[in-house]
Design a protein around this ligand. Structure first.
Ligand SMILES: [Zn+2]
Ligand SMILES: [Zn+2]
Length: 287
């Protein structure tokens, strides 16, 4: 067996978090308990990497934006270990009337050349927006959006994001009523949306926690050959046989686990715990 300079330990190390939105409240306890990593917040203006209210577009993909934030935290603080998270909200691919929140949490360990990404996709989100013409409709919207625990954003219309009339992080009913009334008087309408910044959105904060737990799971999965962290599925291969006729289906027959560092791979049969496919998934039995 080849000798490698690993395992890497995270115990007692400081990881800097690029966040202005108090994500450390959910992430820090998980990282400390599970791998001993101590999270510190880097005072970095993360709005330069995009805002939910669209004043600033996100650079590149969701993953690229998270990576940029983590690298900026390393550059700013001089620490070798950094974390960042990035969320998106979009219609569910199969059920378009449902909103979907995808959260990524990235860890970059510059000292060991390691990059790992935890991910969660959840339909648990209050993400919504609405144009209203009266106060009652605005209050109904607020109720559906989980207000006042969840913050709201009010502006004159969806395209006027640069406008000085935009108010974010609203959590008080009196404040909401006053701002909606003022906007209605001035513009005859008001555009309401849920504030998706983590500290204004406890539901999103929970999903960031789930993505952090996914990251920790990957950190703990060590390569059997060199002990490098993040030994995880790199490929899923179809071909699970149909329960009736035995012909191969598109469902996963085996998963290939791979090591980022030494390239060692191991395949695992029936990773989803099923040895045969439901005939409904078979092109011959259910054409
Ligand atoms: Zn079949
Ligand atoms: Zn390895």
């Amino acid at each position: 067996m080849i000798e490698f300079p690993y395992p890497i330990s995270f115990d007692g190390r400081v990881g800097v978090l690029a966040s202005m939105h108090q994500k450390e409240t959910v992430m820090a306890p998980i990282l400390l308990t599970e791998v001993g990593l101590q999270l510190q917040v880097a005072s970095l203006n993360t709005d330069q990497f995009g805002t939910f209210t669209r004043e600033i577009d996100r650079p590149g993909t969701q993953l690229e934006a998270a990576r940029l934030k983590a690298k900026a935290a390393i550059d700013l603080t001089g620490h070798s270990l950094a974390l960042a998270s990035e969320g998106t909200f979009s219609p569910h691919p199969l059920l378009p009337y449902l909103a979907c929140n995808r959260e990524l949490v990235i860890l970059i360990d510059a000292e060991h050349g390691l990059e790992l990404v935890g991910e969660t996709v959840s339909t648990q989100t209050n993400f919504r927006h609405q144009l209203v013409f009266d106060l009652n409709t605005a209050l109904e919207f607020a109720q559906k959006a989980g207000f006042p625990d969840h913050g709201l954003v009010v502006m004159s219309d969806a395209d006027r994001i640069q406008s000085e009339t935009i108010v974010k992080g609203i959590h008080q009913e009196a404040e909401l009523i006053e701002i909606v009334k003022r906007t209605l008087e001035q513009f005859g309408q008001a555009w309401l949306e849920t504030d998706m910044r983590a500290m204004h959105n406890p539901t999103r904060m929970q999903v960031i926690g789930d993505a952090t737990r996914d990251l920790v799971r990957k950190l703990k999965q060590r390569c059997p050959q060199c002990r490098y962290p993040g030994f995880d599925v790199v490929e899923r291969q179809g071909g699970l046989p149909c329960e009736w006729c035995g012909s191969p289906t598109d469902l996963t027959l085996q998963a290939i686990y791979g090591c980022q560092y030494c390239g060692f791979q191991r395949s695992l049969l029936y990773p989803d715990g099923k040895t045969a496919a439901d005939p409904a998934q078979c092109a011959l039995c259910n054409p």
